[in-house]
Design a protein around this ligand. Structure first.
Ligand code: GAR
Length: 213
């Protein structure tokens, strides 16, 4: 499987999105392999999930680096050492710098728990509840130098209920995250995504070869 897309997943926490990617790789609906999982947080449960599946894990403690650029330079080295083609931010709660972005042009994807461009940044679900929107959701996008501003690949909507709490809304949004993040990665793996300015164009799947008569 030498030409399978190799992804590197950056995490900080629970890793339920990582789990959905692992599961879709294992059932074959995602034609990619996970080359490594990197966390800034040694206690991230995501690392446990990766180890359980025999995926190499690396802890890079940001406190041991002189700054964000130095941290990102080491991230690049680790990602390259593991043959990573596509970088996945799956609940990675750190701002990345142009050092990393320039090393993987249009090859870093993030998932955000709101319908961007609404509610970027931290506590997106709380922002949505406080604003009073009736519909929120999640967004998979390529990462650019801004905060949650990159070209949008896929979104899913979630209705906000009157009695929703941050927790209940987050839980329903996560169900959609777990569905669309692997789908977006699969589009990339199939070579079907092209970035044209702000827009991500999704090409049609190849037409299956006609059966000879
Ligand atoms: C996800 O809900 C993701 O949308 C969010 O962190 C959670 C990670 O959950 N990301 C952000 O808020 C990025 N700004 P997980 O560790 O269970 O996948």
């Amino acid at each position: 499987m030498g030409n399978l897309l190799t992804i590197g997943v950056l995490v900080s926490g629970n890793g339920t999105n990582l789990q959905s990617i692992i599961d879709r790789c294992n059932d074959g609906s995602l034609t990619a392999r996970i080359g490594c999982v990197i966390s800034n947080n040694a206690d991230a449960f995501a690392l446990e999930r990766a180890r359980k599946h025999g995926i190499p894990t690396i802890h890079l403690n940001h406190r041991e680096f002189s700054g964000r650029e130095a941290y990102d330079a080491t991230l690049i080295k680790v990602l390259r050492d593991h043959g990573v083609d596509l970088v996945i931010l799956a609940g990675f709660m750190r701002i990345i710098t142009p050092v990393l972005i320039d090393a993987f042009p249009n090859a870093i994807m993030n998932i955000h728990p709101a319908l961007l461009p609404a509610f970027p940044g931290l506590h997106a679900q709380r922002q949505a509840l406080e604003y009073g929107v009736k519909i929120s959701g999640c967004t998979v996008h390529f990462v650019d130098a801004g905060t949650d501003t990159g070209p949008i690949i896929m979104q899913a909507a979630v209705a906000v209920d009157t009695d929703d709490t941050e927790e209940s809304l987050s839980a329903r949004i996560q169900l959609e995250e777990h569905r669309i993040f692997p789908l977006a990665i699969q589009l990339y793996a199939a070579g079907r995504l092209t970035v044209e300015g702000r827009r991500v164009v999704v090409s049609s799947p190849p037409v299956a070869a006609q059966k000879p008569r």
